[in-house]
Ligand binder design. Structure first.
Ligand SMILES: [Zn+2]
Length: 80
């Protein structure tokens, strides 16, 4: 899992999952490199998004507005 967060960090910096992966692989040995190659790009993007702490609905995952972050506009669930 630590690889996912390291990749997410690089992804935010490079703006591209493959560029992040290349940069990260350069700093690893073969065993870690293999693990990093198995991380799906979606997992990296997801980790990067949660790192940016975009508020999301806990029930349906919709992005919440900044003004009304406690109430989901899609499913109406209220999170305190
Ligand atoms: Zn919702």
């Amino acid at each position: 899992m630590r690889h996912v967060y390291a990749l997410a960090e690089l992804y935010l910096r490079h703006g591209d999952v493959e560029a992040a992966r290349d940069a990260y692989l350069a700093s690893l040995d073969a065993d870690d490199g293999l693990a990093v190659l198995q991380v799906p790009p979606e997992a990296v993007v997801e980790a990067a998004q949660s790192r940016k702490r975009a508020p999301r609905c806990k029930r349906c995952g919709a992005r919440l507005s900044r003004k009304r972050r406690q109430r989901c506009s899609r499913c109406g669930v209220t999170t305190a």
